[in-house]
Design a protein around this ligand. Sequence first.
Ligand code: APR
Ligand code: ZN
Ligand code: ZN
Length: 361
Amino acid sequence: MSQTVKGVIARSKQQPVEVTDIVIPDPGPGEAVVKIQACGVCHTDLHYREGGINDEFPFLLGHEAAGVVESVGEGVTDVAPGDYVVLNWRAVCGQCRACKKGRPWYCFDTHNATQPMTLTDGTPLSPALGIGAFCEKTLVAAGQCTRVDERAEPAVAGLLGCGVMAGIGSAINTGDVQRGDSVAVIGLGGVGMAALMGAQLAGATTLIGVDIDDRKLARAKSFGATHTVDSSVADPVEAIRELTDGNGADVVIDAVGRPETFLQAFKARDLAGTAVLVGVPTPEMTVELPLLDVFGHGGATKSSWYGDCLPERDFPMLIDLHLQGRLDLGAFVTERITLDQVEDAFATMNGGDVLRSVVTF
Ligand code: APR
Ligand code: ZN
Ligand code: ZN
């Protein structure tokens, strides 16, 4: 028996989102229906609404979510009804070449639920990042559900589903930050602040936050920054070098994803250091680099997909650190809102004061 619940959709390009009735089918083989308890508002949801990702309207938005499994389909053994889970958009296949090479974070055959959720007239919905969790319930592949300690508040736990995990993972997984390292993070939105926090968690002792917005710089200290650089007035490459005895930082993370910030990250790293691109560029962006610089810089230039995370490994670990008081994930939750306030949250998102608005149910 399918069921009808309330959810937020983007019906057509660049139009305000709306709350409407969504039909959720019973879970098929390998699928689960999850009762959503909280879902964060992310730039990617707005990006879907703007038509910047694809044209498969209408979208069921929302993808940074935690909730409780309500029912599971045939063959599902890893999660059961009643389990408290965080959702992820990359349920790895375990079978492709990347998975078999032991690098499942590069899996290129990740999967989502195969049955569509629909409007009441039968129109199929495209769930944002294969999740669609601005909705009282959603249908996902069971592999998109990761069990975590149920004492973690849903508004906090759900954030691991996207930007916060991307940022923390860019430092602890991709950048492989070591105790005593110097780390610079360029761009201090939710992703960059999380990268700072991840670098601090890994034991970095020099933590440099770079942004063009002084409100972000003021806040960076509480996310672990030992130094800040206003790159609207100072050259960040020179500033990072000065703060690291002229060497450059061991790890520089570009959490903006623009040509100029990527080049700053590339040039501000130590000769043996690592530049990590976690901000997501757009197709028309290009960079030009003297080949001799690429040769002469040694080290590594890496990109970080979703923090190169493994949900089964990283979500429970980060939640445990949070519950032990060693990782302040709650610092990302600026406000709790209701489903009908998602459109308002899009408007305040770029205002500089909000890290995450979270819909709670
Ligand atoms: N130099 C330094 N900081 C910059 C620059 C720049 N040239 N341009 C923008 N910024 C800062 C902004 O002031 C802001 O603080 O980068 C930050 C970006 O923050 P958000 O817009 O909140 O983005 P966030 O959610 O953190 O995501 C960052 O990761 O997931 C991707 O698509 C996402 O590319 C985006 C990036
Ligand atoms: Zn795979
Ligand atoms: Zn997101």
